[in-house]
Design a protein around this ligand. Structure first.
Ligand code: F3S
Length: 429
């Protein structure tokens, strides 16, 4: 590693023990990656110092379960507990495990809620912004093009690289915590120009317009590209923020896509040639009506009973526009007796929904807007729920196996219809 003077000083302990541990961790990480230098990072999104009750009990048995003990031992991989100073650079907290108001409905104990509040207070006192969302870019954290970031959360990473043109690898809890303290991250992968070119080409041969269309195309893209970078051309409508969000989240779930290019749309790809780095694609595939049908069937392969008892929207966390859409589709009607409609979003977006009457509209229909978490990340469904309707390919990918439920995938409209009728009537468009 070639270290700058300030990096060497941190590693030597001149900036205190926490930064020394953080630098030591980052040097080991960089060497494992094969990086020979760091870049300065100005935007970190992680889950620094957070712990579940399980982790709390583990550290309590070891003698100390304070925020600094968890941060030192877990986040910084330090045997010794060190004093953790305020974070050095702009740092935010991603999604957490429970809603700060609706936690009883989600099945959490008061102890779990109170512990989360203690964690939040500690993180805030260390200068961390508690955005509590998988969509920091909808909650006030929008990195600039070319900005070096260190983000966790696959759906946020793919959005950051592809749509914003900022630069991040899919980081982990330890590397983001160390980056928050030092402002450094290995100069490797998506931080480097030569790494950001597409190797796989998808020629889209079926009109791709709705959010649902983009989710299905994303799922196909992940299956095809795996961890490679795809470029997409063909019959694509110009995607808006919500379509990018659903496409990227799906591609990062069925595969490990961290960046994609759409020539003329995404900022690193003014042309197909630029997307491919003036090389030929290694593999090319066509996405036609046949492939779309296969993806629809895959995403609905867990659905058996048409009696839907839980409708979950907001994966990735809903934008204000999506909450507006749900309120419009409910249109004064009520959801069926014994059914639940839960819409997940960030605290920022819910604040706007509260102020503009959307939360009330959804509540009047029998639904609930929740923040911070979702069914997959928090591992909960409404009590007794067996059959779920979803408009997110990512959530369909994870939830049935995690919660042992049946799941249907369709449009937001299909899902709201299922909430009102209590029955799934979606069909492949
Ligand atoms: Fe977000 Fe949960 Fe989906 S954290 S991306 S809503 S799986």
């Amino acid at each position: 590693m070639k270290l700058t003077a300030d990096e060497q000083a941190m590693l030597d302990g001149a900036a205190g023990p926490a930064k020394q541990r953080a630098m030591d961790l980052l040097v080991r990480y960089a060497e494992a990656l094969g990086a020979d230098r760091f870049v300065d990072t100005t935007n970190i999104a992680g889950v620094p110092g957070s712990s579940t009750l399980f982790l709390q009990n583990y550290y309590r048995q070891k003698g100390d379960a304070s925020y600094e003990a968890v941060f030192s031992q877990f986040d910084l991989d330090s045997d010794e507990i060190v004093a953790v100073p305020r974070m050095e650079v702009h740092s935010c907290h991603l999604q957490g495990g429970l809603d700060p108001v609706a936690w009883p409905e989600q099945g959490f104990s008061r102890e779990a809620f109170e512990h989360q509040m203690e964690d939040e207070a500690a993180a805030t006192s260390h200068g961390i912004q508690m955005l509590k969302t998988c969509t920091p870019y909808l909650a006030g954290n929008v990195p600039a093009k070319g900005e070096h970031c260190a983000w966790m959360e696959s759906s946020a990473v793919v959005y950051c690289n592809s749509v914003l043109g900022a630069r991040t690898n899919t980081e982990g809890r330890e590397s983001t915590a160390a980056a928050m303290l030092t402002g450094k991250i290995p100069d490797w992968g998506f931080h480097r120009d030569d790494f950001r070119h597409a190797t796989h080409l998808i020629e889209v041969d079926v009109p791709t317009e709705s959010v649902m269309d983009w989710g299905m195309l994303g799922y196909f893209t992940g299956q095809f590209a795996g961890e490679s970078i795809p470029a997409l051309t063909g019959k694509l409508s110009r995607p808006d923020l919500v379509r990018h969000k659903h496409f990227g989240a799906a591609a990062a779930s069925s595969g490990g896509v961290e960046m994609y290019h759409i020539p003329g749309v995404t900022p690193d790809a003014p042309t197909l040639d630029a997307a491919l780095g003036a090389k030929k694609p290694r593999v090319t595939i066509r996405y036609s009506a046949l492939e779309r049908r296969r993806i629809y069937e895959t995403l609905n392969s867990n659905g058996r009973s048409e009696e839907v008892d839980y409708v979950m929207l907001g994966c990735p966390h809903a934008s204000l526009e999506q909450i507006q859409e749900a309120a419009r589709l409910l249109n004064g009607r009520k959801i069926a007796t014994g059914r639940a409609l839960w819409i997940f979003t960030s605290r920022s977006v819910k604040g706007m929904a509260d102020l503009t009457g959307l939360t009330k509209t959804i509540q009047n229909a029998g639904g609930t807007i929740m923040t911070d978490t979702c069914s997959a990340i928090g591992r909960f469904v409404p009590k007794g729920a067996r059959v779920v309707a979803l408009d997110s390919a990512k959530q369909v990918h994870y939830l049935p196996a995690m919660m042992n439920v049946e799941a249907w995938f369709g449009s937001t409209e299909d899902c709201i219809r299922a909430a009102i009728a209590g029955r799934w009537e979606g069909v492949c468009p």
